[in-house]
Design a protein around this ligand. Structure first.
Ligand SMILES: [Fe+2]
Length: 589
């Protein structure tokens, strides 16, 4: 049975193909269209998925959309009417937006793909998140938590899933919290208040939080009222997102927290305002964590299960995930590589397969590499035509060669196999560098990523070496598989890992299993033979404002435009002429 899953029209459109119960491929539209957070109907992603699966649209048994668009429209309409006359200005905008394409999804899918309307199915948005988290995790029974900004009405759900021995699957979401009460919207409101882009820069708030103290937690708690049953409500007088499409926070919010930050205003921690912004970030982060810990504790008590599967955009908050693991009572926490709305494309397809068609349970391969693969031959051809130094090496020679470059302080663009599904570079579309020196970190920020100084870079190491350098509690290894949690760097290594240690001594570490990315695993070993440490800096292969590179040509173009010294794709190594690298200011060994 061939099922195509689609997410679209909000942010991070994507398509995924599931054949006979097993994912074949998945890709976000942005990786193909090259428009970051592309929300348009993912025609390119669909076309690529069908091509990859060797299918025509007539071969599809079902096309599953990741949410119920009519219900979502009902929510938008209801909120606009409730807020009338305050909403009168935005009402036409909301209606136009919804009527334009979002509501009539069945017709759009049918006309674009030529699929009969009866083959087009819809899942609840949070059921898609739940399926993406539970059905891709190597566990048979687990509690499930989903949390995001909003789907149709739900913003957070709790429940459980079970894959029975007879092949049947159950996913039951027992309780939900509904819009406008939303942890995702709370966090996004602070994201907007702090001058960052909503639905995109939430991780910057988390990064900034490490520079502040949660001195304004009591003020944030005025916004978030806890209810006796363990849930919460938001105090509506501090928010405007439920009534307008403009500003998400109200003037009372400003009375409580002070002047908002302008997007282009530098965050200078030497100034009172700079410290206030950092403290604001730390405070909302703290309250978010406390709330999630309480909800997951209750969920653990209620289910008695050792495993938790966590989906939805809020599951990208790695600091909160580490606290959930430490304090909720769950022994293991599973977060998929794409917990956000893009991942719902795969979640919706899997949900339809198991729950609607009642197909038997199938093992889902436990890796994030579902996208297009690189063509190393194409890189060699293009780079030669462009007059660059090109070498084509066997695997052993290539690994040794790249390890030499890294040990000499050079920055490497690393493309290998199929691209990651989800926002993290997990070893197939990465920029790699030595993790030891602040000099390397500053070069990356200045010459390659063009980004704020307060944002940390992440380390990658092997599963076997994780414990030596990082304080990861029992059960935490799972969260490091897809870089889903932030853990302390052991104090004795922080100086040697200066480029990947955040200001609070933490790191969003990836622990690599050899089977998941064997070449990067081998590179870590080769780097250890030179530096004594199997640890590298691993950041996504893109420059600010662009999606992660996908195909070889995008990698090559990025390599040519910024300060990356060496580009690797498959067996091909390209070294930049007039290399911009400088020796490290400290000995890496
Ligand atoms: Fe969502």
């Amino acid at each position: 049975m061939n099922i195509l899953g689609i997410s679209a029209h909000y942010h991070d459109s994507a398509a995924a193909l599931v054949v006979d119960g097993v994912p074949v491929c998945a890709v976000q539209e942005e990786r193909l269209s090259r428009r970051k957070n592309d929300a348009s109907f993912p025609l390119a992603a669909i076309e690529w998925c069908l091509d990859r699966g060797g299918l025509e649209t007539t071969d599809l048994d079902a096309v599953v959309f990741y949410e119920r668009s009519m219900l979502k429209f009902e929510r938008i309409l209801t909120c606009a009417l409730r807020a009338f006359p305050r909403s009168w200005k935005t009402f036409p905008h909301a209606i136009k937006n919804s009527l334009g394409e979002k509501v009539w999804v069945r017709g759009i899918i049918s006309s674009h793909l030529g699929v009969p309307r009866r083959k087009i199915l819809f899942t609840d948005h949070h059921a898609s998140h739940a399926a993406a988290a539970f059905l891709t995790a190597p566990t048979r029974r687990a509690a499930i938590l989903t949390a995001d900004g909003v789907g149709e009405w739900a913003t957070l759900t709790v429940g459980h899933g079970e894959r029975h021995t007879n092949g049947a699957t159950d996913i039951t979401l027992q309780r939900e919290i509904r819009f406008p009460h939303s942890l995702g919207m709370l966090y996004s409101t602070f994201t907007a208040y702090l001058g960052f882009a909503v639905n995109e820069d939430e991780y910057k708030v988390m990064g900034l939080a490490a520079y502040g103290r949660p001195t304004m937690s009591d003020q944030v708690r005025k916004l978030v009222h806890r209810t006796p049953d363990g849930a919460f409500t938001l105090a509506p007088e501090y928010f405007e997102y439920q009534t307008t499409a403009g500003r998400s926070y109200s003037s009372r919010f400003i009375d409580l927290f002070g002047r908002p930050r302008h997007a282009y205003e530098p965050i200078d921690l030497e100034t009172e305002d700079g410290r206030r912004f950092a403290d604001c970030a730390a405070s909302v982060q703290h309250v978010l964590e406390d709330t999630l810990v309480d909800i997951t504790r209750a969920l653990h008590r209620g289910t008695g299960l050792p495993d938790l599967c966590f989906g939805g955009g809020v599951a990208l908050n790695g600091v909160a995930n580490a606290r959930i693991l430490a304090e909720s009572g769950f022994e293991r926490v599973f977060v998929p590589s794409a917990p956000g709305d893009a991942g719902c494309a795969m979640g919706a397809a899997l949900y339809a397969d198991r729950m609607y068609f009642k197909n038997p349970d199938r093992e889902v391969p436990d890796h994030p590499f579902w996208g297009p693969t690189v063509d190393a031959g194409e890189l060699a051809r293009v780079a030669r035509e462009d007059g660059q130094n090109v070498e084509e090496l066997d695997d052993h020679a290539l690994i040794e060669r790249v390890a030499d470059e890294l040990a000499a302080g050079r920055i490497v663009g690393w493309m290998d196999g199929a691209s990651e599904f989800g926002p993290r570079a997990l070893g197939h579309r990465s920029i790699l560098a030595a993790p030891h020196s602040r000099d390397v970190r500053d070069r990356l920020n200045r010459d390659i990523k063009y980004r704020e100084d307060f944002r940390p870079f992440a380390p990658v190491t092997t599963v076997d070496d994780l414990d030596r350098y990082f304080e990861v509690p029992a059960g935490g290894v799972r969260l490091t598989r897809f870089m889903s949690a932030v853990f302390p760097v052991r104090p004795e290594w922080r100086e040697r890992l200066a480029a990947v240690t955040h200001v609070d001594g933490s790191a969003r570490v990836q622990a690599l299993d050899r089977d998941m990315a064997p070449r990067l695993h081998a590179l870590l070993g080769a780097y250890e033979r030179r530096s004594g440490m199997p640890v590298l800096l691993n950041t996504s292969f893109n420059v600010a404002g662009e999606p992660i590179v996908n195909r070889v040509l995008e990698g090559y173009s990025t390599f040519r435009r910024c300060g990356i010294d060496v580009l690797v794709a498959g067996a091909t190594v390209v070294t930049k002429r007039l290399a911009s690298s400088r020796p490290l200011t400290e000995d890496v060994a």
